[in-house]
Write a protein that binds this ligand. Structure first.
Ligand SMILES: [Zn+2]
Ligand SMILES: [Zn+2]
Length: 324
């Protein structure tokens, strides 16, 4: 018999989606396999309650909807109900008369892990809380900061005022903002989406380092690269999604423990480029007419135009913090 203790009350740990998928991948599920009556909300496209083992369960959260198999129209709803996580399947069958029939089967309950997984590093924990989850890009950004801050320790004591340039628009940006206090808002973080894990950190005196991510096994994991597009477009089964989560977690751990010299190529840089002074003045661009800070206008054909208009004329306008 499957015992469901609904009286855990305030003791209950709220399992995150990440932990739930880890449990499923590890086989920590209690099979139920019972036909249940489900109240389904068509507007929300979600089950809202069901009865099982003499108890009425209200669905508090829909964690995800998955296929059970690629060739089967049935849908598996992973739901949080009354401190438990259930796999509730809408089994859809095409009968010989061409009619589609369905019924609900309560497939399993996810078991609680023995202990709550802990993030040992409190700085990483704070970054993950800020970002909303822990992911490989966040770890790369975090490691880049650790590497830069140790390399530039003396440099920054003599000349504070760190500035960072990031050549991607991934989760890494959140790690950098949290770790360094450099933000796009305070003009000490410049990000452009070149799709590269390249990070340049420069002290107030213009001395700094440029970190380039080196190839490593984590980046070229074929199973992960096969699963990722399926998960992203919502075509993955629950088991594939759970496996994907396990690989993601393995990548996070691997990236956290990879030796710094194996992770980044480090080059010294020197720049005289200063941060633009913050200005409140705005003038219209002479091509598009949009109000623009004068520091961000460039002269093309004797007219002061904004960077958007300038880039359409395909003229290279600005240099960032690049090695010389
Ligand atoms: Zn992320
Ligand atoms: Zn313009």
């Amino acid at each position: 018999m499957d015992r469901i203790d609904s009286d855990r009350g305030e003791q209950a740990i709220m399992l995150t989606r990440q932990v739930i998928l880890q449990q499923i991948a590890n086989g920590a599920v209690q099979p139920i396999q019972k036909i249940v009556v489900v109240e389904y909300d068509n507007a929300q496209q979600s089950p809202i309650s069901f009865d099982h083992a003499g108890t009425h369960f209200e669905v508090l959260e829909l964690i995800g909807i998955y296929r059970e198999r690629h060739d089967d129209p049935s849908r598996l709803y992973l739901v949080r109900a009354d401190d438990h996580i259930f796999g509730l399947c809408a089994v859809i069958r095409q009968s010989s008369d061409g009619m589609t029939r369905g019924r609900w089967v309560l497939r399993f309950r996810v078991e609680e892990p023995q202990e709550e997984p802990m993030l040992v590093d409190f700085r990483l924990k704070r970054i993950a809380d800020f970002h909303g989850h822990l992911c490989p890009e966040l770890v790369i950004g975090y490691r880049a900061c650790l590497c830069a801050l140790s390399h530039l320790e003396l440099e920054l004591l003599a000349a504070p005022g760190l500035r960072v340039q990031v050549e991607n628009m991934t989760s890494a940006l959140d790690a950098i903002q949290q770790m360094t206090g450099c933000t796009t808002g305070n003009n000490r973080l410049a990000a452009r989406d070149n799709g590269k894990h390249i990070y340049t950190f420069v002290s107030g005196a213009g001395k700094g380092i440029r970190l380039t991510l080196k190839p490593n096994d984590v980046l070229f994991d074929p199973e992960f690269l096969m699963l990722e597009p399926r998960v992203q477009v919502g075509q993955a089964t629950l088991w594939e999604t759970a496996r994907y989560q396990v690989l993601l977690d393995e990548h996070i751990v691997a990236l956290l423990h990879l030796d710094e010299t194996a992770l980044f190529d480090v080059q010294p840089v020197w720049t005289t480029a200063s941060i633009d002074n913050v200005t409140s003045a705005l003038v219209p661009c002479s091509r598009c007419g949009e109000l623009t800070a004068p520091t961000h206008l460039v002269v093309i054909e004797r007219k002061r135009v904004c960077l958007t208009c300038a880039s359409q004329t395909s003229v290279h306008v600005r240099d960032g913090l690049y090695p010389r």
